[in-house]
Design a protein. Structure first.
Length: 161
């Protein structure tokens, strides 16, 4: 019995040391096309909405382009109107270096009337970066934003796909 176990153990150890053949192939990334889009309109929409970068190791990163709709800068009150396409997400980002009191962000659909209590989207206090979602998955049309407060800083209302 000991001989059988010893022989089995030796065979096992020898088999572990022998190379095992495996089917493998090298990947060639130069001619590889995983996605093919034949519609030129769709291609143009994707190229204008997304930035694709590939690093030296072949890793790719896809990031959406954001489009500024309205610049907001130093001042007491900032407001403006802009047009939005169907399905875009409208947001605001500001960097505030100093503020007196608080900053209130009002937004509404339509070219007038943003400065109403029911249209209050954000209230910010303090300095630093501030963000707010104004209209997720917006309907196509004209929108109005009003930033109320005494502050020093800058930012923008922007859309992202």
């Amino acid at each position: 019995m000991k001989k059988i176990l010893a022989i089995s153990l030796c065979m096992f150890l020898i088999s572990m040391g022998l190379p095992v053949s495996a089917a493998s192939t090298e990947m060639d990334m130069t001619g590889r096309e995983d996605v093919t889009i034949s519609d030129n309109t769709v291609q143009e929409q994707l190229l204008t909405k997304y930035k694709v970068t590939i690093d030296e190791n072949g890793n790719s990163t896809i990031v959406p382009y954001n489009t500024d709709l309205l610049q907001v800068s130093n001042g007491v009150n900032n407001s403006g109107s802009f047009k939005v396409k169907q399905g875009d997400n409208v947001k605001i980002h500001m960097y505030i270096s100093s503020v007196t009191g608080s900053i209130k962000v009002y937004a509404s659909k339509g070219s007038t009337g943003a400065y109403k209590p029911q249209n209050l989207k954000a209230t910010w206090k303090g300095t630093g970066h501030h963000y707010a979602d104004l209209f997720p998955n917006a309907d196509a049309g004209t929108y109005n934003v009003f930033v109320y407060g005494i502050f020093t800083g800058s930012g923008a209302v922007y859309e992202e796909p």
